[in-house]
Design a protein around this ligand. Structure first.
Ligand SMILES: Nc1ncnc2c1ncn2[C@@H]1O[C@H](COP(=O)(O)OP(=O)(O)OP(=O)(O)O)[C@@H](O)[C@H]1O
Length: 260
């Protein structure tokens, strides 16, 4: 067990949603979730549909507040609030969305898209340099700077999303199913790129997925959520070869059943 202090942690998070007319009871989406991401670590967060992954991610991104419990980044508590009070956090913890095709503004050029977070976060320095560096880091040619999302392949769009997240030089990336919309060959390239980025720059990565096969190739440790609870938190290799919780077994079986 590592003793370094986590760069990002969730401590005893509880979050419930009110009942609806059709479903009267409250939904307990998170039930006492603990999670700690060490500097430079690659941590997987897996669980079936409805297990609470998105709710946890929204709390970690300070887009939603837990009912009780705290999110802490580098020793400071993190809660939703006005943009200016969260700038420090957004510079340290960046988000890579699931489907860049629909999240990148189709009217903006690649250059403007990658520069946007730097402007929003009031990052000092020459933004053109930072944009060029971010494109280099994701292996995107600078000849794409003037293109718009509609003129990019799926893999290029995902790299632009990654470059946007990397531009402010964060310590942590939270990636939500970052390869799920990509075909197999491109998926392999993006997985390899994420592994390389974390290995060479000390970037910590929290990879959220329902697919254990992607997580097992990238993450050294994996947390399994089931009905809002952490049911396993172990090295990924051990978890895959010897799943203990029924939810983990189901995820392992789902990978085994997939055609090669
Ligand atoms: N806004 C909401 N109002 C009511 N219930 C909600 C709301 N958002 C999520 N839930 C419920 O909370 C539980 C956890 O949902 P969540 O979206 O966090 O799961 P998930 O693991 O991300 O699922 P998926 O993989 O399908 O995206 C589910 O039972 C869901 O129906």
């Amino acid at each position: 067990m590592t003793t370094a202090s986590p760069v990002l942690s969730a401590d005893d998070l509880w979050r419930s949603y009110p009942g609806t007319r059709r479903r009267r009871t409250r939904t307990e989406a998170l039930r006492g979730v603990h999670l700690a991401l060490q500097p430079g670590e690659r941590l997987g967060l897996v669980g079936s549909s409805g297990s609470g992954k998105s709710t946890l991610l929204r709390c970690l991104l300070a887009l939603d507040a837990p009912d009780t419990g705290t999110v802490t980044c580098a020793g400071r508590p993190v809660r939703p609030g006005p943009v200016r009070t969260l700038r420090w956090y957004r510079r340290q913890v960046q988000y890579v969305p699931q489907d860049p095709g629909s999240t990148l503004d189709p009217r903006m050029t690649v250059g403007a898209l990658v520069a946007e977070p730097l402007r929003h976060l009031a990052v000092p320095g020459d933004h053109r340099d930072a944009v060029a560096t971010a494109l280099d880091r994701v292996r995107l040619s600078r000849t794409l700077l003037a293109r718009r999302p509609g003129e990019l392949s799926g893999g290029q769009a995902q790299r632009v999303a990654l470059a946007r997240a990397l531009a402010p030089s964060p310590d942590v990336l939270l990636a939500d199913e970052p390869v799920s919309g990509l075909d197999l060959a491109v998926r392999e390239q993006v997985v390899a790129l994420l592994a390389e980025l974390s290995a060479t720059s000390g970037l910590a990565l929290l990879l959220v997925s329902h697919d254990l096969s992607v997580v097992s190739r990238l993450c050294t440790r994996t947390v399994v959520l089931d009905e809002g609870r952490v049911v396993e938190d172990r090295p990924t290799a051990a978890l895959v070869t010897d799943p203990r919780a029924p939810a983990t077994r189901a995820l392992v079986d789902a990978v085994v059943r997939l055609p090669a």
